[in-house]
Each structure stands twice: as structure tokens, then as C-alpha cells.
Design a protein around this ligand. Structure first.
Ligand code: CTP
Length: 407
């Protein structure tokens, strides 16, 4: 085969990094061959672990030949020395087992025993992917810090179109490289401030005016920025999902809390990602006690809140700072996109990420999103994929704007 270029090899503590590659039963198993080849080429020591289902599609010997080693009989020594476990393709069945801690194959046993980063590249039929059971399992895994890559939207094995195609091997290999970067990721040394969730504005001691934002998109952005080596602070407004590990989290339940923290920290940040749904109005006169019920209507006056993004944009402009300010607009259809363009200019943002909330298959409560990124130089669509993959695509653009390339 001749000498391969191993200049991309990552050394940790003076030894070659070891990557366990789990392959499950999916037609996309053939793409795992390319992933193994890319990882070997990048200088990693690759240990393939196939499930019986995977071997219906690709022979174990194929992976062994590409990895230049046999699949291990005794996995334990490899586990102890492994730096990362990737499962690609990940079937709906194995995804469910990983979420619930089942250990009935060598791969699921390894996953349960392994303590390092876990990268998952699901591949399945779109209906299986979108089923609430699968989405709940994905949320469990993401909540425990698993790194999801894809699935992408496209033509599936059954001839249908939808979300469920395994991410391309290059994308998975790039994510692995980022995670193994050991602090030298493409955003290393960069300060990133992320706001996530939806603020709640008190009406009285127990009631509030709120919104449907779960915080998933902002949490995905924070996790992705941290995985790329950034120093990340997350301003969390009533998150429905756990804050990711490795991120400094500050609770900011109201618009006033969020404004105070963001304005104190934003000017120092290289990147501000305003993913939170910040209330535009708050009750002008909240009562400190619980308002007792009576037969009269309750009229509430709402007063405007401070626009945090616009204020940060103004300060950056006044101070001539080269920070990247990203706004998020949840709005309806073509008119919403038009308004996102207007907001970009009005708030002095660098990018605006438009999310069409007239669609019920993406956005608020979904794991999936499809967004249009609007900037002064143009706009483009990041096609429907899981929120972590959307976050990765947004951060690729941010990295380019920072001048650091995409790593
Ligand atoms: N935002 C903010 N401070 C606020 C309200 C919103 O920083 N008080 C930020 C959001 O975090 C988001 C962006 O501004 O990144 C867009 O928010 P949106 O509410 O859609 O924009 P508005 O200008 O409030 O427009 P409208 O409500 O009319 O759609």
C-alpha cells in the first residue's frame, strides 16, 4: 500500500491516539469503511468493533484489513487505552440500547464500560429517526454529553427522502479530530458567550409570561464551541435540557438577569451567540405576592425590555471591536426571512440565523432544525439536521469570520 501521509497524527501523552470504531447493522455500514480509512490515514490506531447486524452488510475482515489489525477478542485492554469511541452507522436499535445502558453485544458492552468521548452517527429510516422513542433516546444521549453527528437529510435506502442518512465519513472524521484536539481545537483561546432558553417575566410570585424555547439550540452551540476548544460561558434561561459539561453556566431566568450578565460579559467575548428567546416585554408592575383570584378581568401592562443584542452591537461598533455577534430570529415564512435581514442591519449583528417557526417538523421542541444564515455578504440554508449538526455548521461560519478557518 506504500507510505500513507500520517502528518495529521495526534499524539497524546507520547502515544498514538486510539479510536474504537463501532459499526452496527445498517446499509450505511459500507461508509464506515471510508471512516476507518480516514482515521487510519490521520494516524490513529483504529480498533473496529462490529455487531452481528453489521456483519450482514460488510464482513468484519474488511474493517480489520482497513484498520490493519484484527477485531479484538479481549476488549478490555483496548478500552482502557482508547481515547474515543465512535459508532457509525448507529442503528435505531443500538441507539436505544446505548440510551438505556443495555450491554448485549461486544459493542454495547464497550460503550457501557467506556468513559471517554462518544461520537454517534445515526443512520436509519426517517420514520424511525423521527419517532418520539428515538428522539427521546437521542435527548438522553445528548444530555449525557454524547456527540451526535447527523443524520443528514436526503434519499434513504428505501427510496424515501427524509432525515436519517448517516453523516458523511469526512464530517465524522472531522468531528473526531476536533474532539481529540486536546485543547488545541480551532476555537482554542477564543471566548464564546452563548445565551440559551427562554426568559420568564414574573406577573406575581408564581406566574410568569414565558415562551416555548427549550434551549436545545443554544446548548448545542455551547457544547460544540467547547468541543472546538473555546472558553464558553452559557447564560441559561430556564433550560428544558441539561447544560453541557465543560461550559461555565450562569442562570439568567429573566430578561433583566440575562441583559445584566450579557452586557457585563459580552464586550470581552470574541463571539456572542444570542440563541435565547429574550422577552421583548415584561409585566410593568409584578406583584411580590401571589395575586388572589377574583371575578374581575386582570389587565396587565407590559413594558419593553432592553434589546441585549442591539446594545452589544452598538457597543462593539462604538469601540471598534472585531467580535462576531450572532442573532437568532424565530419567525414565519418568507416575510420572517425578510425581517431577519432587517434585524441584522438594525442590531449591528454579524450573522442572523433565521428559523421558520411556521413549520412544525423543526424548531422549538424538536431535535431537528433547518435554518437560513443571513449575513451582509449573502445568505444560505443549512439543511434539516439535528441541532448539534446545525450548531457545527454555524460555528464553521463563525470560525471563518474569526479568521481561524474551519479547523
Ligand atoms: N434579543 C435580545 N434582547 C431582547 C430581545 C431579543 O438580545 N430583548 C435577541 C434575541 O436573542 C435574538 C434576536 O435578538 O438573537 C432576535 O430577536 P427577535 O425577538 O426575533 O427580534 P426583535 O427585534 O425583538 O423582533 P420581533 O420581536 O419584532 O420579531
Amino acid at each position: 500500500m506504500g507510505a500513507e501521509d500520517t502528518s495529521g497524527a495526534r499524539e497524546s501523552a507520547g502515544r498514538t491516539t486510539r479510536v474504537l470504531v463501532g459499526v452496527t447493522g445498517s446499509i450505511a455500514a459500507y461508509k464506515a469503511c471510508e471512516l476507518v480509512r480516514l482515521l487510519v490515514k490521520a494516524g490513529h490506531d483504529v480498533v473496529p468493533i462490529t455487531t452481528p447486524g453489521a456483519e450482514r452488510f460488510v464482513a468484519r475482515e474488511t474493517f480489520e484489513a482497513l484498520a490493519r489489525r484484527e477485531s479484538p477478542r479481549a476488549l478490555y485492554p483496548h478500552l482502557l487505552e482508547a481515547d474515543l469511541l465512535v459508532v457509525a452507522p448507529l442503528s435505531a436499535n443500538t441507539l436505544a440500547k446505548l440510551a438505556h445502558g443495555l450491554a448485549d453485544t461486544v459493542l454495547t458492552e464497550a460503550a457501557l464500560a467506556f468513559r471517554g468521548p462518544l461520537v454517534l452517527a445515526p443512520a436509519m429510516n426517517a420514520r424511525m429517526w423521527e419517532h418520539p422513542a428515538t428522539q427521546a433516546n437521542v435527548a438522553l444521549l445528548a444530555g449525557r454529553g454524547a456527540h451526535l453527528v447527523g443524520p443528514a437529510t436526503g434519499e434513504l435506502a428505501e427510496g424515501e427522502t427524509g432525515a436519517g442518512r448517516m453523516a458523511e465519513p469526512e464530517e465524522i472524521a472531522a468531528r473526531i479530530q476536533d474532539l481529540l484536539g486536546g485543547g488545541g481545537g480551532p476555537l482554542a483561546g477564543r471566548r464564546v458567550l452563548v445565551t440559551a432558553g427562554g426568559t420568564r417575566e414574573p406577573l406575581d410570585a408564581v406566574r410568569f409570561v414565558g415562551n416555548r424555547s427549550s434551549g436545545r439550540m443554544g446548548v448545542a452551540l455551547a457544547a460544540e464551541a467547547a468541543a472546538r476548544g473555546a472558553d464558553v460561558t452559557l447564560l441559561a434561561a430556564n433550560l428544558a435540557v441539561p447544560a453541557p459539561p465543560g461550559v461555565h453556566t450562569v442562570e439568567t431566568p429573566t430578561a433583566a438577569d440575562l441583559a445584566r450578565e450579557a452586557l457585563a460579559r459580552g464586550p470581552e467575548a470574541d463571539v456572542v451567540l444570542m440563541a435565547a428567546a429574550v422577552a421583548d416585554y415584561r409585566p410593568a408592575d409584578p406583584s411580590a405576592a401571589k395575586r388572589p383570584k377574583d371575578a374581575e378581568p386582570w389587565a396587565v401592562t407590559l413594558e419593553p425590555t432592553q434589546d441585549v443584542l442591539a446594545e452589544l452591537g452598538l457597543r462593539a461598533r462604538e469601540n471598534g471591536r472585531e467580535s462576531v455577534l450572532v442573532g437568532f430570529a424565530a419567525d414565519h415564512g418568507e416575510r420572517g426571512l425578510e425581517r431577519a435581514r432587517e434585524k441584522l442591519a438594525a442590531k449591528n449583528g454579524t450573522l442572523f440565523v433565521f428559523n421558520d417557526v411556521s413549520r412544525d417538523d423543526i424548531g422549538f421542541d424538536s431535535e431537528l432544525n433547518e435554518v437560513t444564515v443571513v449575513s451582509e455578504s449573502g445568505e444560505h440554508v443549512i439543511g434539516k439536521r439535528d441541532k448539534r449538526a446545525v450548531a457545527a455548521a454555524i460555528l464553521d461560519e463563525v470560525a471563518t469570520l474569526l479568521g481561524g478557518g474551519q479547523g
